[in-house]
Every structure is written in structure tokens, then in C-alpha cells.
Design a protein around this ligand. Structure first.
Ligand code: ADP
Length: 249
């Protein structure tokens, strides 16, 4: 793979917290248009790596590029501007606003005009079509007018996905998209991520190996801040080092 085909690339990336290396000399290459999973035991450095890739933490050493452009040390908003968006595990919805209003606000926030005139009805109208498309994509078309506070857990997670998609990201980072979900919501989320991945690059962290195996083109396994293995799901799951790491020997 050449660097030009990489949507996201980290080279020699490290993060130290008072001398403790949470992420240690990580090389990561995410091909444009691919779905890439990050897995590893608790404390392996997955969250820290996500925070580095999105500018929420500054690396101690190493570089990050987005479609070949160096973004090392940029602020989160600047990295978002390059087309990288992330979802959080924590819900941050307004209980009294419905899904349509959430998505329309997210669409407006992208434009300078929108920030300036966000009460303008004309602008609201301008975003209605795209909001409907996104709500349809995440399976919330029928619930578009229901206050977010009344949505079920899986529906709230789907709405968060629509809000992140409103930023029209080229690279989407998903932090445990199936965390806390029952089997039906897990299956729905797998289908949703497949739809989202059409035309986008997706990097996700998930502990559910069924989810990883169903979605990921490539898997990077982290352990104690380092890359332990990288490959297809079948390659890494049969790797003796990975088996040992997961069995905690
Ligand atoms: P994971 O997401 O894989 O569970 P984390 O990235 O959260 O792993 O953590 C990796 C290691 O870095 C852990 O040992 C954790 O305690 C440590 N760590 C994470 N953030 C900080 C911080 N802000 N200060 C000190 N240590 C941290």
C-alpha cells in the first residue's frame, strides 16, 4: 500500500503520561475506503490512540497524516475540518429535541452561514432533505419527530451516528459502537456500519469479536501500547501471540 491510498496513517506514534507509555511507537495504516478495527485488552491504549488520531491528545513523538497531509499537533476542530469525525460512547443528546432537529442542527453547524443564521426557517428548510436521508440511513425515519429522551438505547446510539454523519466525514472513528447493546441492536449496528462504510473509511474499537469479524477488512491488535499483530480477522485471531494476550498468559 502506498501512502497516497492511506486515509489515515500513524508513524512511530507514542504518548507518555508522566513517563508511562500508554501508546508506544505505533505504526498504523488505514486504507481509504476500508473498515479497520482496533482491538486489545483493557489498558492496551485504544482510547489514547483514538484521542491522538483526533487531536484530543498531542503525541509525545510520531506523526499522523490524513490522506497524505500531515495533521500532527493540530486541534480537534482542525482535524475534523480535514474530514475526520468521531463518535463518543457517552450520550450527549437533548432530551426535548427530536431526531430531525438534532440532525438539522448538526448539518447547520457545518456551515458558517448556519452558525450565523441558525434560526432562519429558510436554512432549516435547506437541510430537511439531507436530514431525512441521514435519518433513513440510520433507521430512524419513523421516529424523526419523537423526543430523543423517549428513544430506546439502541435508537439513541443510531441518532448519534446520524449526527456524526451530518459532519460529512471521509474518515469516521467509532468508539465501541455496540457497547451495552443486546443482540438485536448489535446486528442492526453491524448492518448500519456496513451502509455507512460505503464511500467512507471507518476505524472502530469494539470488544465484540463477532462485530470485529463481521465488519473489519483489517484488524490491529494492541497490547500494552504496542501493535501486537495486524492483518485480516482470520489472520489475527489465529495468531499465537494474540491468543496468548487474550488468555492473559
Ligand atoms: P484502552 O482504551 O485500550 O482500555 P487506554 O488508552 O484507556 O486503554 O489506556 C492505556 C493506558 O494508559 C492505561 O494503562 C491507562 O491507565 C493509561 N492512561 C490513559 N489515559 C491516561 C492519563 N490521562 N493519564 C495517565 N495514564 C493514562
Amino acid at each position: 500500500m502506498t501512502s497516497s491510498s492511506a486515509a489515515l496513517r500513524a508513524s512511530g506514534l507514542s504518548k507518555e503520561f508522566r513517563g508511562f507509555r500508554a501508546v508506544s511507537a505505533v505504526d498504523l495504516e488505514v486504507a481509504a475506503g476500508s473498515v479497520h478495527a482496533l482491538v486489545g485488552p483493557n489498558g492496551a491504549g485504544k482510547t489514547t490512540l483514538f484521542n491522538l488520531l483526533t487531536g484530543f491528545l498531542k503525541p509525545t513523538t510520531g506523526t499522523i497524516t490524513v490522506f497524505g497531509e500531515d495533521v500532527t499537533g493540530l486541534q480537534p476542530e482542525q482535524i475534523a475540518h480535514k474530514g475526520v469525525a468521531r463518535s463518543f460512547q457517552i450520550t450527549s443528546l437533548f432530551e426535548n429535541l427530536n431526531p430531525r432537529e438534532h440532525v438539522e442542527l448538526a448539518l447547520q453547524s457545518r456551515t458558517r452561514q448556519g452558525r450565523k443564521f441558525w434560526r432562519s426557517e429558510k436554512l432549516l428548510g435547506r437541510f430537511t432533505g439531507r436530514a431525512s436521508e441521514l435519518l433513513d440511513l440510520v433507521g430512524l425515519a419513523e421516529l424523526a419527530e419523537k423526543p430523543a429522551g423517549l428513544l430506546a438505547y439502541g435508537q439513541k446510539r443510531a441518532l448519534e451516528m446520524a449526527i456524526v454523519l451530518a459532519l460529512e466525514p471521509k474518515v469516521l472513528l467509532l468508539d465501541e459502537p455496540t457497547a451495552g447493546m443486546g443482540i438485536e441492536d448489535v446486528h442492526r449496528t453491524i448492518e448500519l456500519v456496513r451502509r455507512i462504510a460505503e464511500g467512507r473509511t471507518v476505524v472502530f474499537v469494539d470488544h465484540n469479536m463477532h462485530v470485529v469479524g463481521s465488519l473489519a477488512d483489517r484488524v490491529t491488535v494492541l497490547q500494552q501500547g504496542k501493535v501486537l499483530a495486524e492483518g485480516t480477522y482470520d489472520e489475527v485471531r489465529t495468531d499465537p501471540r494474540v491468543i496468548t494476550a487474550y488468555l492473559g498468559e
